[in-house]
Design a binder for this molecule. Structure first.
Ligand code: ADP
Ligand code: MG
Length: 339
């Protein structure tokens, strides 16, 4: 793919894709008098041996949903056999959230779910290109001449815009994601970014965590770290960490810092410095998202509008990872990657 093609795609697909597309193409079986039913038959689901990902509580397999008219590639999420009652409750909550989300171009959609032999299978739209973090890191590789593949700034900005649009949709439905990070954003064939993994999401305006769950510490807002309080505005904080991941091509946030010091450092006012690739205006937006007062952080609608404007300024580059030809890449520390 040449740079010009990438840039062109960024603009064309926005026009071509209908944001309000319905699920009629899923197959008539699931479209009963215009309303979509989420239940699918076990016999209509083909599970392959290909494991797409493994999480803490389950796995994701590639499969096919055999609708009446056509077959649809799907990603099928299940729980491990050793799952606890709490894991099952969380998984059910994930399914309930996905039902409410419906369809949005920048959110991974639910195709349907079924229960078989006491096991819940959740079929999701299959997103072909893998997760955003892996993609960003792959572009760091140097070719034989030592040069890195230079990602088009427009491409990076469109990732940021896509995620903001997806999150704007969720926030308007009153859904808190709680695990927004580049590893949980998936890319389709056209490199459209889609928010994914609703394993920790909640449909309340403000959620106070009580159960013991995995905590993605490095992506958490200060109030989530200190008081276990979550809201759309704490998702906005995590979004800015994700933005930082984009600007650093998948570096580990606060890599030089041990996890247990994070809450203290943030309370003292520490924030990650501006990545070399980033324009001051984007860094300003980032630090607004890291305001210690959640109310003062911008909304996803504002963030999306800002990126929309920035992308249309062809003559100005807001995110240029070409600088990493001369400046060292910010560090990746796999052991601190997810928490
Ligand atoms: P977990 O809660 O275990 O982190 P995720 O929903 O993040 O589960 O899925 C784990 C991995 O499975 C992802 O990183 C991705 O590689 C793969 N995966 C998940 N959903 C899809 C999908 N809809 N299409 C393609 N791959 C997917
Ligand atoms: Mg995940």
């Amino acid at each position: 793919m040449g740079d010009v093609d990438i840039a062109k795609n960024c603009y064309t697909y926005r026009v071509v894709v209908d944001e309000a597309a319905t699920y009629e193409d899923v197959g008539t079986q699931n479209v009963a008098s215009g309303s979509f039913k989420w239940e699918i038959q076990w016999n209509d689901l083909d599970l392959s041996d290909t494991i797409l990902g493994k999480g803490q509580f389950g796995e994701v397999r590639k499969g096919v949903y055999k609708g009446e008219d056509k077959h649809i590639p799907v990603a099928i999420k299940t729980l491990k056999s050793k799952a606890t009652v709490e894991d099952k409750d969380d998984f059910n909550a994930e399914l309930e959230t996905m039902k409410r989300i419906g369809h949005h171009r920048n959110v991974v959609s639910l195709i349907g779910a079924c229960e078989h032999a006491g096991q819940l299978y959740v079929a999701l739209e299959f997103v072909t290109f893998g997760d955003l973090r892996t993609y960003l890191r792959t572009t760091r590789r140097r070719d034989k001449s030592g040069a890195t593949h230079r990602l088009q700034p427009t491409r990076l900005m469109s990732f940021a815009l896509d995620v903001a649009k997806g999150m704007d949709h969720l926030s308007k439905l009153g859904i808190i994601h709680r695990d927004l990070a580049a590893r949980n954003v998936l890319l389709d064939d056209d490199l459209v970014a889609k928010v994914s993994d609703f394993g920790m999401s909640r449909g309340e305006d403000v959620y106070v965590k009580t159960s013991k769950q995995r905590v993605p510490t490095r992506w958490l807002a200060i109030e989530s770290l200190c008081y276990s309080t979550y809201s759309t505005k704490s998702d906005v904080w995590s979004y800015a960490v994700l933005l930082w991941e984009i600007a650093t091509l998948g570096a580990t946030p606060y890599s030089g810092m041990v996890t247990r010091n994070l809450a203290h450092e943030l309370s003292e006012g520490y924030r990650m410095p501006k990545p070399a690739s980033l324009d001051n205006a984007v860094y300003h937006l980032m630090t607004e998202c890291w305001n210690k007062n959640p109310e003062e952080r911008p909304s996803f609608a504002h963030i999306a509008a800002t990126f929309n404007d920035m992308i249309s300024e062809i003559e100005h580059t807001y995110m240029d990872t070409g600088v990493y030809a001369n400046v060292q890449f910010p560090a990746i520390e796999p052991e601190k990657d997810d928490y």
